[in-house]
Structures are given as structure tokens and as C-alpha cells.
Design a protein around this ligand. Structure first.
Ligand SMILES: Nc1ncnc2c1ncn2[C@@H]1O[C@H](COP(=O)(O)OP(=O)(O)O)[C@@H](O)[C@H]1O
Ligand SMILES: CC(C)(COP(=O)(O)O)[C@@H](O)C(=O)NCCC(=O)O
Ligand SMILES: [K+]
Length: 240
């Protein structure tokens, strides 16, 4: 009989993505402990749970508590470190690098090797440059598209719109269209500028806005769940 599966959780600032080791698809739910427990109820009981979270300490403590109560098993939290699984972290304080970025780099290097540019277009957009031999040169953090749009409403008196139009980088003819085009243009042009600076590198893109950015001309290969890919490699190396 095969042993129960190991559950992988990628907790971002908007969404939790989960799957079991050895699976290829992904399940999503909003980043809330009770929503996650609900979404896991139909799944088989895991033998272990492995977590990559950038949601913050208070959220993580609540989530780990809820998972341990529900499944009565230990939860392992991945952390960014100076060097692991072929990647050397550029940060002087390695633990302060978002663990989702760390896992995405580990996943990318596992999939296509290095040099590679790793783009995660989620709540925030991160771009990490990984040179030959897995040497992380450094990266970029930008607000994600949704965050850019919301910030304009929050921090101005007159930028108001009902609904954002479909992704576009064409000049807008109403406030919502101008805000959306501005945000998509900023996101896509930033990513393309970094990719163009490293012509010898493969570029992989993941995250909720990856497909839309590719449709708008971002030059990168889609890899849907790079954080879970890296987390799976880490989990297998840690707990087999
Ligand atoms: N229905 C949606 N709900 C939330 N975000 C969405 C939706 N559709 C697209 N997005 C975009 O996806 C981004 C979140 O991507 P995701 O990879 O799930 O983020 P994170 O890893 O930060 O949780 C949002 O910032 C937004 O720009
Ligand atoms: C930059 C991020 C907010 C991206 O998070 P996400 O968009 O995936 O929710 C996350 O990687 C993070 O909190 N990083 C810590 C700071 C750092 O990486 O330097
Ligand atoms: K991100």
C-alpha cells in the first residue's frame, strides 16, 4: 500500500495554492485559514504538510494551528536560507528574501537550470535574476497590477472607476481604462526591460497575472506553479 501523500501549500498574499507531491494540477482558494480547511476537506489525509508562506507571522501561526488541529500532523514551514538545492541567495540577510521567491528560483533551476530570470506576477510582481551555477544576482519587487490600481484609488481624490476593463496596454479613454493600461504597461515594460538586459538567460513566468502579461507581449515562458515546483523539490529533499 502506498503511504499517504505529502501536502504542499503555497500561501501568497491573495491566494493559497495546494497540491500533493507527485501531482501536476493545482487547487486554489482565498488566503484564509477556514477557506483552506474547507477546500482540503474532500482531499485524502496527508502524511505531512509543507508550507511556503509570505502572508506574515500572525497569519502563519493561525494557519498552522488550524492545519494541525484539523489533521493532527506536523506542518513544516520552508524558509529562505543562504544556499540550498543549487541556489545561492544574493541577500546579506538570506531569511528576509520572500520564501515564495526562493522556492520559485529553486523550482526554475530544477526545471530549466540556470542562468534564468524568474518572474512571479502575483499580488506583488517579483523578478529574480539567477546567473550560471545558481548564483542569485538579486531581484526587483513591484506592486502587482491589482495593487497598482487599488493604490491609485486609495491615495487620490479623483481617480474613481466602477470596474477595470480587460488587460490592455493601449492608451485609455476613461479613468478606469487609463488606470488599467498604466498598470499593465508598468508591469509588462518592467519585466521586459529586465529580460532584455539578460539575453542569454531563459525567462520563466508564474503567478495570477502571468498569462495576461504574456498576452500583452511579455517575453517569457509560462510555468504555472513554480513556487509549488520548488517547494516539492525542497519537501522531497527534507522529508523524502
Ligand atoms: N479573480 C481574481 N482574484 C484575485 N486576483 C486576481 C483575479 N484575477 C486575476 N488576479 C490577479 O492575480 C493576482 C494574484 O495572483 P496570485 O499569483 O494568486 O497572488 P499571490 O501569490 O500573491 O497570492 C492579483 O494581484 C491580481 O492582479
Ligand atoms: C514580494 C512579496 C510580497 C511577493 O508576494 P506575493 O505577490 O507572492 O504574495 C513576497 O515575496 C515577500 O513578502 N517578500 C519579502 C521581502 C523580500 O522578498 O525581500
Ligand atoms: K509574487
Amino acid at each position: 500500500m502506498s503511504s499517504p501523500p505529502v501536502l504542499l501549500l503555497d500561501v501568497g498574499n491573495s491566494t493559497v495554492k495546494w497540491r500533493f507531491v507527485g501531482e501536476t494540477g493545482v487547487n486554489r482558494c482565498s488566503a484564509q485559514a477556514d477557506a483552506l480547511i474547507e477546500s482540503l476537506k474532500p482531499a485524502p489525509a496527508p502524511s505531512a504538510i509543507v508550507l511556503s508562506s509570505v502572508a506574515g507571522e500572525a497569519f502563519d501561526a493561525a494557519l498552522v494551528g488550524a492545519l494541525e488541529r484539523h489533521f493532527s500532523i506536523a506542518v513544516y514551514c520552508a524558509r529562505s536560507v543562504a544556499k540550498a538545492l543549487g541556489i545561492t541567495n544574493a541577500y546579506a540577510k538570506p531569511e528576509s528574501l520572500g520564501v515564495d521567491r526562493w522556492m520559485a528560483m529553486i523550482g526554475a533551476a530544477r526545471v530549466v537550470g540556470s542562468p534564468v530570470v524568474v518572474i512571479d506576477a502575483g499580488s506583488a510582481i517579483t523578478i529574480d535574476v539567477v546567473a550560471r551555477d545558481g548564483l542569485h544576482i538579486g531581484g526587483f519587487i513591484l506592486p502587482g497590477v491589482r495593487m497598482m490600481c487599488e493604490t491609485l484609488i486609495e491615495r487620490t481624490g479623483k481617480v474613481r472607476y466602477e470596474q477595470l476593463p480587460a488587460p490592455s496596454t493601449a492608451p485609455g479613454d476613461a479613468t478606469g481604462a487609463c488606470v488599467a493600461s498604466g498598470a499593465w504597461l508598468a508591469a509588462c515594460a518592467s519585466v521586459n526591460a529586465v529580460v532584455a538586459d539578460y539575453p542569454e538567460y531563459r525567462a520563466l513566468i508564474t503567478g495570477g497575472d502571468a498569462r495576461a502579461m504574456m498576452a500583452l507581449g511579455v517575453v517569457a515562458e509560462l510555468r504555472e506553479n513554480l513556487v509549488l515546483d520548488g517547494l516539492e523539490y525542497w519537501a522531497v529533499s527534507k522529508i523524502g
